[in-house]
Design a protein around this ligand. Structure first.
Ligand SMILES: *Cc1c(COP(=O)(O)O)cnc(C)c1O
Length: 235
């Protein structure tokens, strides 16, 4: 385990260095990009070294796995902030909301409107990102870039849940340069939706282990990195 801890610490340093370098290359402040460490499938003992290395924003894909991890790490003193980065079924929304800082993959108007209603009962509701399917893959959730603009008025009418910005998954197994066109599309869609709604939409949640540097160069404010942080570590 201590070998794993050392390795994770090195990986954190390396990923942070790459984030900083990509920010510098694109003339952005280093602090303008937040690292969300994706801990899905890794046990709580291997999440602790990440937290010890100062990574306090943690992302999970599945609500039930998130609930379990929140519980098993609840005794920590560090102020960990959880992010749900995967699909949220409507029947799991009420239980998930108070546990997380951000819900990244709000993928339908129906879910958005439900969260908006639930947010009225929350003293401190999480913020959300709207998921856009920029790769056109059928298996991906989210609005198409055209459809989200058609829904602009309905989106702007949701005033209780803080809509931070947009999120996308570039595509599994695509190289960074193919991914870049997804990231550019997300940024342009954000600019258009901002104009239609008047919402600031300052967050762009985009970039994973294989493509986060390209995402930062195209304006990512949140990168969701999993495997690069656990490289060389055995489950
Ligand atoms: C798993 C996952 C990530 C992290 O992917 P890695 O390639 O392991 O960095 C990011 N975002 C989403 C939505 C994921 O499901």
């Amino acid at each position: 385990m201590s070998n794993s801890s050392d390795r994770i610490r090195q990986n954190v340093e390396s990923v942070r260095g790459r984030i900083a370098a990509a920010a510098r290359r694109s003339g952005r402040a280093e602090g303008s990009v937040e690292l969300v460490a994706v801990t899905k499938k890794w046990p709580a003992e291997l999440v602790r070294p990440l937290i010890a290395a100062g990574v306090l924003d943690l992302g999970e894909n599945y609500p039930q796995e998130l609930w379990r991890k929140v519980e098993s790490l609840a005794e920590l003193e560090e102020p960990v902030r959880w992010h749900l980065i995967g699909h949220l079924q409507t029947n799991k929304a009420r239980r998930t909301m108070p546990l997380v800082r951000m819900i990244h993959a709000v993928d339908s108007l129906k879910l958005l409107q439900l969260l908006d209603t639930l947010a009225r009962e929350e003293s401190n509701p999480p913020s959300i990102c709207l998921q856009v399917n920029t790769s056109g893959e059928e298996s991906k959730h989210g609005w198409s870039a055209d459809k989200i603009l058609e829904d602009a008025d309905a989106i702007a009418a949701c005033r209780s849940i803080p809509i931070a910005g947009l999120m996308t998954i570039a595509g599994w197994g695509t190289d960074a340069e193919t991914a870049r066109s997804s990231f550019i599309q997300l940024r342009q869609t954000r600019d258009a939706l901002r104009q239609r709604t008047g919402l600031p939409l300052s967050a762009l949640s985009m970039g994973m282990s294989s493509d986060f540097e390209a995402a930062i160069e195209e304006g990512a404010t949140l990168v969701r990195v999993g495997s690069a942080l656990f490289e060389g570590v055995e489950a």
